[in-house]
Unconditional design. Structure first.
Length: 297
């Protein structure tokens, strides 16, 4: 068996031997991979976060905008609003990623951040027709190798649930413009509510922030018929809060979690290795998720 393991990882998954890949229990990862491979793609679902997971954290030394930050475009919001949103980002983003605070401590502050930002956005009378151009001009870019990831899942008819605390309409436009909005893609996010004239008047459904994805999973993901009867889950995220995205899966059998550690690496490595099965440190590519997919399907 030991020889087989070596063969599996060395020959089939050399990507897991890169220095940027950290695993708490390599054996557990290998066992899960083999079990998923054995069960086949008909039993698989993929659940992924969007901002800084499917989209890159940085590109050519510059931060890539999140879906909220894509809205920072003069077609959509004025300078004053942009300035206020940036101020809020400066205050709340360090709290979001602070390893010394618990999720319970962060939750009220995240609700505060999202509520304030959404309120600012609603005041701007954003027009739906302008979103596509803002996305086009935003510089947003998905992780290298995203085409293979999306196309392979579509080809295998494996559902891909994109579960985001970002802005759903922007997220969908990014995926559409990247030409990978295949029929197997499902989105759960904060979706804009427009009036009859196509002007933003609010957000639909319950607010989703980084640390209440469990509630969203139980309420919004669990009822999706496409995801039922698929007990094997590949989960991708960049926040510890993203681990709760699989909490809606009814009878999970094998769960493999992959965490992108983009920022504050030194301070957060320990907690990420503790929480995710595979941790990818400052890796802007889909190389490992693609290799995992190739192996299990
Ligand atoms: P995600 O669930 O797709 O990762 O989206 C959530 C991210 O959005 C989270 O990491 C913080 C980020 N964010 C902004 O960049 N600007 C904002 O104004 C807000 C409210 C969130
Ligand atoms: Mg994210």
């Amino acid at each position: 068996l030991a020889i087989w393991y070596q063969w599996t990882t060395r020959t089939e998954l050399p990507e897991l031997s890169k220095v940027s890949v950290l695993m708490r229990q390599r054996n557990k990862v290998e066992n899960t991979l083999r079990a998923m491979q054995h069960a086949g793609p008909g039993t698989l679902q993929v659940i992924s976060d969007f901002d800084m997971t499917l989209s890159r954290f940085a590109h050519h030394g510059k931060r890539v905008p999140t879906t909220h930050n894509i809205l920072d475009h003069r077609l959509l919001i004025d300078e004053d609003c942009a300035c206020n949103m940036r101020k809020l980002l400066k205050i709340y983003y360090p709290i979001e990623i602070d390893p010394s605070l618990t999720s319970e401590q962060k939750i009220p502050l995240m609700v505060e951040w999202w509520t304030k930002v959404h309120h600012l956005l609603i005041q701007q009378k954003i027009q739906r027709d302008m979103l596509a151009q803002a996305v086009q001009e935003s510089g947003v870019i998905l992780r290298e190798g995203y085409e293979v990831f999306f196309d392979r899942l579509a080809e295998l008819q494996v559902p891909l649930l994109i579960f985001s605390a970002g802005v759903g309409d922007i997220l969908e436009e990014v995926v559409r413009q990247s030409q990978v909005f295949h029929p197997n893609v499902h989105v759960i996010s904060n979706c804009m509510d427009f009036d009859a004239n196509g002007v933003l008047r609010g957000f639909k459904g319950p607010l989703i922030h980084t640390f209440n994805k469990r509630e969203g999973a139980l309420l919004l993901a669990a009822p999706l018929p496409e995801l039922r009867e698929r007990p094997n889950v590949l989960l991708l995220g960049d926040s510890l809060g993203d681990l709760a995205m699989a909490d809606g899966v009814a009878r999970p059998r094998n769960l493999l979690t992959v965490g992108f550690l983009n920022d504050q690496v030194e301070e957060r490595t320990e907690s990420y290795v503790e929480a995710f099965d595979i941790v990818l440190v400052k890796d802007e590519t889909m190389e490992v998720p693609n290799a995992v997919l190739k192996f299990i399907t």
